[in-house]
Design a protein around this ligand. Sequence first.
Ligand SMILES: [Zn+2]
Ligand SMILES: [Zn+2]
Length: 314
Amino acid sequence: MVLSAQREPLELRELPEPEPGPGQIRLRVRACGLCRTDLHVVDGDLPHPKLPLVPGHQVVGEADDGRRLGVPWLGWTDGTCRYCTRGRENLCEHARFTGYDLDGGYADYVVADERYCLPIPDGYSDLDAAPLLCAGLVGYRALRLAGDAERLGLYGFGASAHIVAQVARHQGRRMFGFVRPGDEEGRAFALELGCEWAGWSDELPPERLDAAIVFAPVGALVPAALAALARGGSVVCAGIHMSDIPSFPYELLWEERSVRSVANLTRRDGEEFLALAPQVPVRAEIEVFPLEDANAALDRMRAGGVRGAAVLRL
Ligand SMILES: [Zn+2]
Ligand SMILES: [Zn+2]
């Protein structure tokens, strides 16, 4: 499924089998998860994707030698810039991202730099493993950046939050879920996943939070989450794109509260999270679509209709 121009639907096309370049391997794609970032690429919120582009950066594939590998968002880094050499390759100045700068997994085959591929843990089917590769991984990084917060707020209960909630519960944290006002199904889902309280995103929780992770791409949630924080708490913005954050009184930030973003992932995040996932064990709820229904799947995600994560089957 190919994106020829942003703000246009993807097209089903016959492409030549991609040839691996130096350091790359070719994978037969078995499953590819959909991510909100794919929507931002298709909808034009993120500028200058490779065009034409095969989207998709939660790719589970099989190498010629039978190994099952995952291709995540971080597809290549220079290894030499001031970020790469200081253990922060997620911030590499020349990074290339799968399904954005590089063709991704909405296809039968993908080529990827082997150094950035991640081994898929046993015990997960191809479809079940796909959402771990971004919703899980980047969610895990956001959770780590939330520090040792005991009372954790989660804003927006999509693919990422539903995985992070399982990890946070495993770590013994107390969780408070926030969903779109009136979204009763979302609220019930948050409670099922172990939140001790779930309510609307414009409400205050019964207790102040030590940290809040904002998954929804809605800037107005940042001051709302700040208002719910205890002293010294932090708001972690987990998405790659957000609508503008409205201005707010300094009082909301006072007492050492902070707001920060999470960008991309490092290979270390990937290794850590994929080692942790089977111990929790993380079980993603998935809705499966055939490859040619990728547009319908994206529409469903855009409308907030997916419970858990959407995955393409190949
Ligand atoms: Zn770099
Ligand atoms: Zn993603």
